[in-house]
Design a protein around this ligand. Structure first.
Ligand code: SAM
Length: 240
């Protein structure tokens, strides 16, 4: 099993692939005020945990769910079946087809970087359209060394709230609201992941053991130091 196969063995079958929940989606939708007939993009949708909530937010509209990893799209299509209002397709979230009233990006913007993603999405937003994304960041100035070392490797560009908001402003966007994701949103991701790590331990081959160890370290750091960092949720629109 290659390291990539080990990663996806661990991560397949999970409802979501990053911190988030119905409440965090509702918070962003409340700020963004998406029209009932709106067209929405779930950028980097993963297994699609937020897709049903997005469909409910635009009862007369359409949701496009995009992810580079085709098995997530296949899982999502199998789970939700045929729905004329949903288009779930493999693809790059920076080059979706058409324009949107709302672009939702839960935990996936780091792949492109905030500036590059906002630059790309500007031309895919309708007049009055808004983007909501979440990005990991430090909440304290002096994190413990084990925590700092872990995230320095896993996410070298990790900054703090001011650093995230400065990137939004530098891209020429205005922040409508921001907040740290509540603890429950982290639990919604990490508790099922911890259970899956436990379930896969027995008989795991070395590459899988290494993926399990790394994920276990990440969950353990969150349990010990979860107040030191967080996911900043940001709702923004082009400033001009
Ligand atoms: C941390 S996961 C979050 C998934 C999902 N939003 C969630 O909250 O469960 C990040 C996702 O972004 C996807 N991704 C990374 N780069 C991408 C890109 N350029 N276009 C589309 N999806 C991308 C990955 O395949 C992965 O599913």
């Amino acid at each position: 099993m290659t390291p990539e196969e080990a990663f996806f063995t661990l991560h397949s079958g999970l409802e979501r692939e990053g911190p988030g929940d119905a409440e965090s989606l509702a918070w962003a939708l409340g700020v963004a005020r998406v029209p009932r007939a709106g067209r929405v993009l779930d950028a980097g949708c993963g297994p699609g945990a937020d897709v049903e909530g997005l469909l409910a937010a635009v009862p007369e509209g359409q949701v496009v769910a995009l992810d580079l990893h085709r098995p997530y799209i296949d899982e999502l299509a199998a789970r939700l079946g045929v729905d004329a209002r949903l288009r779930a397709v493999p693809g790059d979230m920076l080059t979706p087809e058409g324009t949107f009233d709302f672009i939702w990006c839960a935990g996936a913007i780091y792949n492109a970087g905030i500036g590059a993603a906002l630059d790309a999405w500007r031309r895919h937003l309708k007049q009055g359209g808004r983007v909501a994304f979440s990005e990991i960041g430090w909440r304290i100035d002096n994190p413990s060394p084990d925590l700092r070392d872990y995230w320095r490797t896993a996410c070298p560009a990790m900054t703090d709230r001011d650093g995230i908001l400065a990137q939004v402003a530098a891209a020429g966007w205005r922040v409508l609201a921001d907040r740290w994701l509540p603890h429950a949103a982290w639990s919604a991701y990490y508790e099922p992941l911890a259970a899956r790590i436990e379930a896969l331990r027995t008989g795991a081959v070395p590459s899988l053991v290494s993926a399990l160890d790394q994920a276990e370290q990440e969950v353990g750091l969150w349990r010990r130091h979860g107040e030191s960092y967080g996911y900043l949720q940001v709702v923004a629109e082009p400033a001009a």
